[in-house]
Design a protein around this ligand. Structure first.
Ligand code: ADP
Ligand code: MG
Ligand code: MG
Length: 315
């Protein structure tokens, strides 16, 4: 489709192999706006980037980019552990050089995205909010703003864990995410088991037995609210049914406020009901997946996001 002269291209940072990248590109093009992918999975093997010291001096695959219209930041593929990256052979071969190469790549990509932020290009999401997204700061900012979060402890201190767990049900999970949430049992409170905290800190959280809720916010508006009906503790292990539902006005206000506190333009947040039925924030994701929810719940998050990007690119 041809790009009206008023629209600058939408840039998508991520891998062409990621359906969220290819689908957003396709859908934005349907809106009549050109898209370009900064393929961060094939950079630096294939994707060619050249940055001069001039703020706008950015060339992607031989094309000089003027100010882009908007940026969809899906993923940097910045680490051997990042989803979609397969660096195991390179790591086995020479882990140090491989890690240095990833660090070099990431520093350049952050520099690139930072320039777009400096130019005032709308970023979904801004680089400048990165420091507020790790859960140990994010949840404390939400709590500080008076929003409901579960009682949580991030620690490597066995005694702190024992104090936290005394007399109640506790869930534990990684600080970063990416592994299943489990219930802490008496066998986890032994010296031997807690010695594992010397290897890495862990998240301990008041166990919330109630319903899982996912809410998407885009440009200050709730664009979908869904509930996941499942029997498993971690809904990803055992999805049963996903349906859209109307948030109580008070919860809707809290979701918008939480998005504002973290500073996100686009987010999919997880909430869960505690023993008393109160919905508490588990996290706000800065690059949430949404195609699975569209497929299962009949929402059109793809269309909403694509239209927002196209609109930002036109203005
Ligand atoms: P991630 O970043 O891995 O998605 P979440 O904090 O969203 O981490 O947790 C993943 C899932 O695990 C949640 O959606 C929920 O189903 C379950 N879960 C997480 N924390 C708790 C908790 N405190 N009590 C009960 N279930 C939880
Ligand atoms: Mg989650
Ligand atoms: Mg997460």
């Amino acid at each position: 489709m041809t790009t009206p002269p008023s629209a600058r291209p939408v840039l998508i940072v991520g891998s062409r192999e990621d359906a969220h990248v290819s689908e957003v590109a396709r859908r934005v093009e349907q809106e009549g706006v050109e898209t370009l992918v900064v393929d961060t999975l094939t950079f630096p093997e294939e994707t060619r980037l050249a940055l001069t010291d001039d703020l706008g001096g950015i060339t992607l695959d031989g094309r000089r980019l003027e100010r882009p219209g908007a940026i969809y930041l899906r993923s940097y593929h910045s680490h051997p552990l990042a989803f979609g990256v397969d660096a195991s052979e390179a790591m086995d071969d020479d882990w140090r050089t491989t890690l240095v190469a990833f660090r070099e790549k990431m520093t350049l990509l952050r520099g690139l995205v930072g320039r777009w932020e400096a130019m005032g290009v709308p970023l979904y999401n801004p680089l400048s909010v990165d420091w507020r997204t790790p859960k140990p700061v994010q949840l404390s900012l939400l709590a500080n703003a008076g929003l409901p979060v579960p009682e949580t402890l991030w620690t490597n201190d066995p005694e702190a864990v024992r104090r936290f767990a005394a007399g109640r049900r506790v869930a534990y999970k990684p600080v970063e995410g990416g592994a299943a949430t489990r219930e802490l049992g008496p066998e986890d409170l032994t010296d031997a088991r807690l010695a594992a905290l010397e290897a890495a800190p862990v998240t301990f959280q008041e166990l919330m037995p109630g319903e899982d809720v996912r809410v998407y916010v885009l440009d200050g508006e709730i664009v979908a609210s869904l509930r996941i009906l499942s029997k498993a503790l971690d809904f990803r292990q055992n999805e049963e049914r996903i349906e859209t539902f109307e948030l109580p006005p008070e919860v809707a206000r809290q979701c918008l406020r939480a998005t504002e506190v973290v500073g996100l333009r686009w987010t999919g947040m997880d909430l869960k009901r505690d023993v008393r039925g109160t919905l508490r924030f588990l996290e706000l994701n800065a690059s949430p997946m949404f195609l699975g929810f569209d497929a299962r719940a009949g929402t059109d998050l793809l269309g909403r996001l694509a239209r927002a990007l196209a609109k930002a690119a036109r203005s």
